[in-house]
Design a protein. Structure first.
Length: 526
């Protein structure tokens, strides 16, 4: 009797044995039973591996040539009734009896059952392998600092997931060009056939499917004579048995194509692998699109920051240039003797003061809108700040015959912040109340709540038109009824931004011809 092949060399012959190590002993037991118990001269059991049959178990002696023996060949089926193997039994002479044939069929059925169990286990493990490695590939790309540098690692995960020999990615860059990466980190000669294969990606993505190309299907794929010859030449020279084209996309946009190749003789692409590859293309597409969007947003933010920095520099430069000549004009006006044109000189002086105020407002607005600028933080008594602001504005109110008061309800509220900024905030709001109140009064009230301090500035002035109230905190915006009055349109915007820098807010209510109420809320100091 011919010795039965054993050892690791047999296991290496067929990938199914790596999944179910008990399959080989069972097949060998079946072959021995057919040859020794049923009286057949030889029994051979083979399994399909790709396009070839691999002998897995033999028992008995091979028949002599020329005896004209007719072997009994029984196919072994999988669940879809596809032939996955063959049991061949040879009688030493004559024809097997019906009883022998029946028994051989039973042994073949048992072998088929064992193979189907192994195939089911293989499919389960294949699904796990595809799922785990595909997720690892997507995570690696999602967490990469540099997508180009990360592609070789990602493609290695894809190769492991699909038991592939080589994986290419032909991906679209944000600028519309292409990048090519492979499972090899080092540069290699990318086959010219790749361009023609990846050109199929757009149509495949539109159909929502992957595509298998092999030497047997190239002609039917409709590439055309020269291209077909180029692809077949690549298959032959590289020992490629088939490739799986996986479109990478998001929404309606194709972002690239994976080309996963297997050597000639490798197993066919399973339904599990085809479905997993379809999902992988969508997942990678989502990662690429997300990263591209984030990169564009980062670029946009950087551009906005550059614009802000330019504006800050422009404001600083312009105000510096204005301040010097304005200072000289004002100094010269102060040295002029009193003349019959004193009113005209006084008007010029008023204009210079307004220009100086505009320069100060521009510089201060630039400072409080710069997120990079730090502020001095200390415990500030808001009652003291309110009284100081009222004292500074009082001469203006007295000149115009207005009653300007300040009242404090309860305990003085304390907040954390920059006292100079908080003083400027109240000065802007209180001066607005006086400036836009031709007759009547302006009242400042300070109160301490459970978690916030509230300062209320109420006047009996001209009020703000309804259509302008939504824009009062926009820089340089002025109500239609205030265009002829002094002011830069920066008072409330500055106050609002100072409050925001201190974790607070500014609210406004106004009625045309009745007056305006501004409420400022700030968190209390801990």
């Amino acid at each position: 009797m011919t010795p039965t092949p054993t050892g690791s060399s047999m296991v290496d012959r067929h990938p199914l044995l790596k999944v179910h190590t008990g399959l080989l002993p069972f097949l060998q037991f079946t072959a021995d039973a057919v040859a020794e118990l049923l009286g057949f001269q030889q029994c051979v059991i083979s399994l399909r591996d790709g396009d070839r049959m691999v002998v897995m178990a033999t028992a008995g002696d091979p028949p002599d040539d020329g005896l004209g023996l007719r072997p009994l060949e029984l196919p072994l089926w999988d669940e879809s009734h596809e032939t996955v193997g063959m049991l061949t039994a040879v009688m030493p002479a004559g024809t097997p009896t019906p009883a022998q044939v029946d028994l051989v069929r039973r042994y073949a059925a048992q072998a088929g059952t064992a193979i189907r169990v192994s195939l089911g286990l293989r499919d389960d493990l294949r699904q796990i392998r595809v799922s785990d490695n595909s997720r690892a590939a997507v995570r690696a790309l999602a967490n990469a600092d540099d997508l180009d540098a990360e592609w070789p690692r990602v493609l290695s995960q894809v190769a492991e997931a699909y038991e592939a020999d080589e994986v290419f990615v032909h991906s679209v860059r944000a600028d519309g060009g292409w990048r090519i990466a492979t499972t090899h980190a080092a540069a290699i000669d990318v086959p010219a056939a790749l361009d023609h294969l990846t050109a199929r990606g757009r149509a495949a993505w539109a159909r929502g499917e992957v595509q298998v190309i092999s030497p047997a299907t190239v002609a039917a794929a409709g590439f055309g004579g020269d291209v077909e010859a180029l692809i077949l030449s690549w298959f032959e020279r590289g020992g490629v048995g088939s490739v799986l084209l996986v479109p990478i996309g998001a929404g309606e946009e194709l972002l690239g194509t994976l080309v996963i190749s297997r050597r000639a003789g490798a197993h066919e692409w399973s339904e599990t692998e085809l479905q997993g590859a379809t999902a992988l293309g969508a997942d990678l597409g989502l990662v690429i699109l997300t990263r591209r969007t984030l990169d564009q947003q980062a670029k946009f933010v950087a551009e906005l920051q550059a614009i802000d920095a330019y504006q800050d520099q422009l404001v600083s430069t312009v105000t510096t240039m204005l301040r010097a000549p304005l200072g000289r004009i004002q100094s010269q006006l102060e040295t002029l003797p009193v003349t019959p044109d004193a009113d005209e000189v006084s008007g010029i002086d008023q204009d210079v003061q307004e220009m100086n105020q505009l320069v100060d407002d521009l510089l201060f607005f630039s400072r409080v809108t710069d997120p990079r600028r730090s502020r001095e933080v200390e415990t500030v008594n808001l009652t003291s700040v309110a009284r100081r602001a009222v004292d500074l504005i009082a001469p203006m109110a007295e000149r115009d015959g207005l009653a300007l008061t300040v009242r404090v309800h309860g305990v003085d509220p304390l907040v954390s912040g920059d006292e100079s900024e908080l003083t400027r905030m109240l000065l802007n709001v209180v001066s607005n109340a006086v400036r836009f109140t031709p007759a009547g009064s302006a009242a400042v009230t300070v109160a301490r709540g459970a978690a916030e301090a509230e300062i209320t500035i109420r006047d009996t002035g001209i009020g703000i038109p309804v259509e302008d109230q939504s824009r009062v905190f926009d820089e340089f915006h002025r109500g239609g009824n205030a265009l002829g009055l002094p002011g830069s349109g920066l008072g409330l915007p500055i106050a609002s931004r100072i409050a925001a820098r201190h974790g607070g807010r500014v609210m406004l209510a106004s009625e045309l011809g009745v007056g305006t109420t501004v409420r400022i809320n700030l968190p209390l100091a801990p």
